[in-house]
Design a protein around this ligand. Structure first.
Ligand code: ADP
Length: 521
């Protein structure tokens, strides 16, 4: 680097974002215009102890977090003192319990995809408590959320690891306040600052938090046998008071305030500058998550969507969102790769364009059940409509179409619930590189799709939250000015999709309630 450029770089300041995701952890550094200055990424191990169980090692995650921060700074010749603040965004719902004294996890993290508590959830459903839970938390009672995961860890963590002899001791220690629980934001904040804190958006995904009263709910804690003592303090997503700072004598060698945290999907909403009621985004990653800001009102859904907390800036009201969570979208493209129907994800576009239609083939990628708006834990993947003439192109195109149809299911539910017309939908995530998918999506939902230049909106949202808190940015208008369109996909009015969409609904029905008895998981 020329010396003048280095000098300039050394005096400039930035904001960092830790993106602690399901497959890996990324650290990104952003400048004032929202541009990416540095980035490093590391994957962590996916642990599958039994079918349907998914775990991560929290220690590996923390080690990787430190590594990627150092790596990103080193690669671009930046110094930690140039960071005015750090924000965190994270895989949501994933649950970790650790020892308050030693900081050691008592069990691996139970990942959001983990289905081991399905039976427990069905017990609650049979007890008719679903509506009661929805009213308090805005969530659909499902194994996806943290509550049953925390309960499982407290009941099953190996007491030997805790140097205790009886399983009851794990729970006893929790009740005595000797353990701490948290989602990955809390785990990372704790390791960075020593403080036990989460933000409102992450708290709203635990199924233990009253999203209107804004407090941990005693009745839910009772129901799920989670002692209040182990829960973190809940703070605004962008917090002037900050969550604490890194230690000048620690791994970073500088005291940097940690001032923002948002669950990954809420971070993307924030990064896409969806600050006002009616603003919506859809992220196409492993799964897809469509969120619509509904302002200060927690809109309850009659159509299988979740009501969740979007974000809160310190001193401001909580902003709510409606969310449609689709479990498998990009992961269905990965499945095509695994099945060697395509060589890489990009080839899906080429193959889909090489034919005019799927010839009546529908793929429903319900590999782990169906999320919004169907909520069927026992649905499984289905391909219908095949004939002797079906070729891989048809399956590939049908898989891409399934991503767009699942989004339509959610978008329709959202428009009905919020009573707001979608004027445009901002998109991000790995799969929006696929122009065929973006255009198809626009035609299928009948709404313009807009793809921004910076597609790392999740990390950007976390940086924005922290940067606003420490005064790196003064107003959200500055952030709006940073947002730039890469490409718009207007609706092709000639596209005829209604008939096909009806057939899609038929195909979904055929995938439902499949994994029963021995044919199950
Ligand atoms: P996550 O954050 O959930 O790990 P990403 O946002 O990195 O996911 O997106 C990765 C996903 O995007 C993968 O599931 C991959 O199959 C999908 N993907 C990547 N490129 C394409 C493409 N050109 N067409 C369709 N899907 C794609």
């Amino acid at each position: 680097m020329p010396s003048t450029q280095r000098e300039k770089t050394m005096t400039e300041t930035y904001v960092g974002a830790i993106d602690q995701g399901t497959t890996g952890t990324r650290f990104m550094v952003f400048d004032h215009s929202g541009g990416v200055v540095a980035s490093a990424y590391k994957k962590h191990e996916q642990i599958y102890p039994e079918p349907g169980w998914v775990e991560h090692d929290p220690v590996e995650i923390w080690e990787n977090t430190k590594d990627v921060i150092q790596l990103a700074l080193q690669e671009e010749g930046l110094d930690a003192t140039q960071l005015e603040g750090i924000g965190i965004t994270n895989q949501r719902e994933t649950t970790i319990v650790w020892d308050k004294e030693t900081g050691e996890p008592v069990h691996n993290a139970l990942v959001w995809q983990d289905r081991r508590t399905t039976d427990r959830v069905e017990e609650i459903q049979e007890e008719d408590k679903v509506e009661w839970i929805r009213e308090k938390t805005g969530l659909e009672c499902d194994a996806y959320f943290s509550a049953t995961k925390a309960e499982w860890i407290l009941d099953n963590a190996d007491p030997i690891k805790l140097q205790r002899s009886r399983p009851e001791d794990v729970r006893d220690r929790a009740e005595d306040g000797e353990l701490m629980m948290g989602t990955p934001d809390t785990w990372v904040i704790y390791n960075l600052t020593g403080n036990h804190i989460t933000d409102v958006s992450n708290a709203s995904r635990t199924m233990l938090y009253d999203i209107e009263g804004l407090h941990w709910d005693d009745e839910l804690l009772d129901e799920f046998n989670v002692p209040r003592e182990i829960l973190p303090e809940v703070r605004p997503s962008s917090d002037d008071e900050t969550y604490g700072s890194t230690d000048a004598d620690g791994f970073l060698g500088a005291e940097v305030p940690v001032a923002g945290a948002l669950g990954d999907q809420q971070a993307a909403l924030f990064g896409q500058t969806c600050f006002d009621a009616g603003d919506a985004k859809n992220t196409y990653g492993t799964g897809s998550f469509m969120l619509m800001n509904t302002g200060n009102e927690a809109v309850s859904s009659d159509h299988g969507l979740l009501t969740t907390i979007g974000f809160q800036k310190s001193g401001g009201d909580v902003q709510y969102a409606l969310e449609g969570s689709i479990f498998i979208t990009g992961a269905a493209i990965e499945w095509l790769e695994d099945m060697t129907l395509i060589e890489d994800a990009a080839e899906s576009e080429e193959l889909a364009r090489s034919i005019d239609s799927t010839d009546g083939v529908y793929v429903v990628p319900a590999f782990t059940g169906l999320g919004a708006p169907h909520w069927d834990q026992r649905a499984r993947g289905t391909i219908v409509g095949m004939t002797r003439g079906t070729r891989r192109e048809h399956i590939v195109r049908a898989t891409l179409e399934s991503i767009a149809y699942q989004t339509k299911d959610v978008a329709e539910a959202m428009v009905s619930d919020a009573d707001i017309d979608l004027s445009s939908l901002r998109v991000d995530g790995g799969a929006v590189k696929n122009n065929f998918l973006c255009q198809l999506q626009s035609n299928i939902i009948g709404t313009e799709i807009v793809r921004p230049v910076v597609d790392e909106t999740t990390a950007l949202g976390a940086a924005y939250a922290a940067g606003l808190a420490v005064g790196y940015w003064d107003t959200v208008d500055e952030l709006r000015d940073n947002w730039q369109v890469d490409r718009r996909f207007p609706v092709d009015e000639d596209a005829d999709i209604e008939v096909n969409y009806d057939r899609w609904k038929d195909a979904v029905e055929r995938s439902e309630d499949w994994a029963r008895d021995e044919g199950g998981d």
